[in-house]
Ligand binder design. Structure first.
Ligand SMILES: Cc1cc2nc3c(=O)[nH]c(=O)nc-3n(C[C@H](O)[C@H](O)[C@H](O)COP(=O)(O)OP(=O)(O)OC[C@H]3O[C@@H](n4cnc5c(N)ncnc54)[C@H](O)[C@@H]3O)c2cc1C
Length: 363
């Protein structure tokens, strides 16, 4: 729930025209999250106002043309510049790709709704420092106290899962991001859809627009900085000079803007990491034959860490991929049909990195 201070997260749909696992995951996750949002209060918790991705460069325009040929019109379609202006309600330099079912969501509202299911007990502000495996149970300890104990544990603490020995080898990276909150003006109320270029800006929620989000690969500090507010304002200029004017954004001093910074958590192949995990050394030993011949199918059981599951690596699109990943884990646990094609579930499997390392002879 790191995004919980982010008032508006965008339902990201940056698809590729080819049927890759990533696109399938995004499409399925989008449908799933979108249906979840119907339970929330429209206008306050979320809005399905549509997302307009501007064709801000020749390369992006070409990508969008390919996408519009590959996907159904009710999912996405190209708008020329006058159509894009009419849809978004603001002046724009170009057209773009419109996702009519996209929109924004207030992440805490989504988290709260999901956590309101019966049998869920939330223990806020408790840090798990240690996992212990005792008598077939996983125990989560905060140092002195056992916070919870169960046969199954799901590590869902983004890059912090690496703190635990079992997950320490997973190749997760933290990327800091910052959003900027901009007060709505009489003129900015004209904005009717989310509009994205390199960054994004959403229609006002409770009197504020969310503008985001910077990428910083070096900074480990989560104090919002004026420099990144300035960077976000530059992204706003790329989106719409008209909106800059409507928001009086050129008169705003970045040093006095409000916002929030947090870490995204990405994997090297940009797919989330979802599913059961094997014990790393035992895995390498059990399947060592693969390092000599990748075509072998070793006939030995996988040394699973019994009852330990991962749900992490959601990068910049956790609102799309995280809820469905929870369903995927639930299906595995209950022996139910998977909510995603098997190939997509396998592409997201936590063991994929250990397997690739073996096959490339690097284990
Ligand atoms: C600035 C910014 C803007 C973003 N915008 C969007 C967007 O528009 N659309 C979108 O889809 N995504 C967006 N994202 C990405 C999105 O926020 C993430 O993909 C999503 O939050 C991932 O969810 P998660 O539950 O895996 O991890 P997180 O949301 O990071 O949650 C992990 C939780 O684990 C807790 N935790 C960590 N360690 C421990 C421990 N030891 N014990 C107990 N708890 C622990 C943390 O406190 C945190 O609450 C944005 C991210 C950032 C930083």
């Amino acid at each position: 729930e790191e995004a919980s201070g982010n008032p508006q997260g965008v339902l990201y749909l940056k698809l590729s025209a080819h049927g890759t696992a990533l696109s399938q995951m995004i499409l399925s996750g989008f449908g799933y999250t979108r249906r979840l949002l119907e339970h929330l209060q429209r206008g306050v918790d979320w809005d399905g106002c549509g997302v307009l991705q501007l064709a801000f460069s020749a390369k992006e325009a070409e990508r969008q043309a390919q996408l519009s040929e590959a996907f159904a019109e009710d999912l996405l379609h190209v708008l020329d510049q006058p159509q894009a202006e009419a849809r978004s309600g603001i002046g724009l330099a170009c057209g773009g790709l419109f996702y009519p079912q996209g929109g924004w969501v207030h992440p805490p509202a989504l988290c709260r709704w999901q956590a309101s299911a019966p049998k869920i007990e939330v223990q806020a502000h408790h840090e798990v420092l240690e996992l212990r495996r005792i008598d077939g149970q996983w125990q989560a300890w905060d140092g002195e106290r056992c916070l919870a104990s169960a046969p199954v544990v799901i590590l869902a603490s983004a890059a912090e899962i690496k703190r635990f020995d079992a997950a320490a080898d997973l190749p997760l990276k933290r990327i800091r991001g910052q959003i900027t909150r901009l007060s709505q003006t009489a003129h900015s109320q004209a904005l009717r859809t989310v509009v994205c270029a390199e960054g994004y800006v959403a229609p006002a929620r409770l009197g504020e627009h969310t503008l985001g989000a910077s990428f910083d690969f070096k900074n480990d500090d989560l104090t919002p900085t004026a420099a990144e507010h300035a960077g976000n304002l530059q992204m706003l200029e790329q989106i719409s000079a008209d909106l800059v004017e409507r928001l009086d954004a050129s008169t705003l001093d970045p040093a006095h803007l409000q916002g929030r910074a947090a870490f995204r958590c990405t994997s090297p192949d940009y797919l989330p990491i979802v599913g059961p995990l094997a014990e790393s050394q035992a895995f390498t030993q059990a399947y060592s034959a693969l390092s000599k011949d990748a075509r072998q199918v070793p006939d030995c059981p996988c040394p699973w860490l019994d009852g330990l599951y991962i749900n992490s690596g959601h990068g910049s699109r956790g609102l799309i991929t995280a809820p469905l990943s929870g369903e995927l884990i639930a299906a595995w646990l209950d022996n139910e049909p998977l909510p995603l094609p098997r190939s997509v579930a396998e592409a997201c499997h936590p063991n994929r990195f250990a397997l690739r390392a073996l096959v490339r002879g690097k284990a």
